[in-house]
Design a protein around this ligand. Structure first.
Ligand SMILES: [Zn+2]
Length: 270
C-alpha cells in the first residue's frame, strides 16, 4: 500500500506566502513596489465607492497598479456586515464586485470583511453573491491551509504580529509534518506610516525571500484558493495506483516520500 500525502504547493514547494491588504489607500503604491521588488504577491481589498476619493487609489490606476496581484472586494462603502439588512449586504457586495470588475476587467470574487465583522448570516449572503473566499481578522498564528469554511478564512496574523520567532517556526519543518505550509499575513498599508512601519514590512519580505528561496511559493489569496480547489478535486483509485486530476492546474503530492506532479486534466499512474 502506497503512502500518499497531499498537497504540496506548485512545483512541489513546501512553503507559501500570501498577503491581504485592506482599504486601497494610496500607501498601497509603496507596498506594491515592495512586493514587486521581493517577488511576492498580495491581494488588495477595495471599497468601490471610495476609489478616487482623497487618499485612496484612483480609478485610472487600479488596473495597472495591481497587475500581478489580486483585487478583491471589501464591500462598497465599508459597513459592518453583520449590522446591515441582508438586502443591503447583497447590494454592497455585488455593486463592489461590479465596480472593481469594470476597473480591472477581471472577475472579482474574493473578499475581506470590513472591520473583520462577520457571522453565519453574513456568510449566507456572500454565498448568494458568488464569493468564493472571505478573509477574517482572526489570527491562527499557524500555517495550516485547511479552513473549515472558505468564507471564514482565518489568516496567520496581522503584519504587526510577525515576530522573528513566528518566522522561525514557519521555516522549521518537523519530520512528521509534510503538509504544505502557508504564511498568511494581513494589514493596512497606511499603518506602515507609523515609526519603523515600512522598515518592518520590508524586513518581513526580505526574510521570506531569503529564507524561502526556491522553496517558497508567492501567491495571491485567489491563487491559493484555486490551487486548494484543484487539490480537493483529485480522485484517487481505491488501490492507490492511479489518480485523476480533473482540474486545469497541475497538483503536487507526496507518494512514498517522493514528490509527484499530477498534470492538469490527466490520469496519472502512481
Ligand atoms: Zn477595511
Amino acid at each position: 500500500m502506497k503512502s500518499i500525502s497531499m498537497p504540496l504547493w506548485p512545483e512541489g514547494r513546501p512553503f507559501a506566502v500570501t498577503f491581504s491588504y485592506d482599504d486601497g489607500r494610496d500607501h498601497d503604491r509603496r507596498l506594491v513596489e515592495i512586493f514587486n521588488r521581493s517577488g511576492l504577491k498580495g491581494t488588495f481589498n477595495l471599497n468601490g465607492s471610495r476609489i478616487g476619493k482623497e487618499g485612496v487609489v484612483t480609478e485610472a490606476e487600479v488596473k495597472s497598479l495591481y497587475t500581478g496581484h489580486e483585487v478583491a472586494a471589501h464591500f462598497l462603502t465599508h459597513p459592518f456586515p453583520s449590522r446591515i439588512p441582508r438586502e443591503r449586504l447583497v447590494v454592497e457586495v455585488m455593486e463592489d464586485r461590479k465596480r472593481l470588475e469594470s476597473l480591472t476587467g477581471g472577475v472579482v470574487d474574493g473578499l475581506a470583511y470590513p472591520f473583520g465583522d462577520w457571522n453565519a448570516e453574513v456568510i449566507q449572503g456572500l454565498q448568494a453573491c458568488g464569493i468564493r473566499y472571505a478573509r477574517t481578522t482572526v489570527a491562527t498564528n499557524g500555517f495550516a491551509c485547511k479552513p473549515a469554511d472558505w468564507l471564514a478564512w482565518h489568516p496567520t496574523c496581522h503584519d504587526r504580529a510577525v515576530t522573528p520567532a513566528l518566522m522561525e517556526n514557519f521555516f522549521t519543518v518537523r519530520g512528521w509534518d509534510t503538509s504544505a505550509r502557508l504564511f498568511y499575513i494581513w494589514g493596512h498599508s497606511y499603518e506602515f506610516d507609523r515609526e519603523g512601519g515600512w522598515e518592518s514590512i520590508e524586513g518581513i519580505c526580505r526574510t521570506l525571500r531569503e529564507r524561502g528561496g526556491e522553496k517558497l511559493w508567492a501567491a495571491t489569496n485567489g491563487m491559493v484558493r484555486d490551487y486548494m480547489a484543484a487539490t480537493q478535486s483529485l480522485r484517487f483509485g481505491a488501490d492507490g495506483q492511479a489518480v485523476v486530476n480533473p482540474s486545469a492546474l497541475d497538483v503536487w503530492i507526496v507518494v512514498d516520500g517522493a514528490t509527484v506532479r499530477v498534470p492538469a486534466g490527466k490520469t496519472a499512474a502512481l
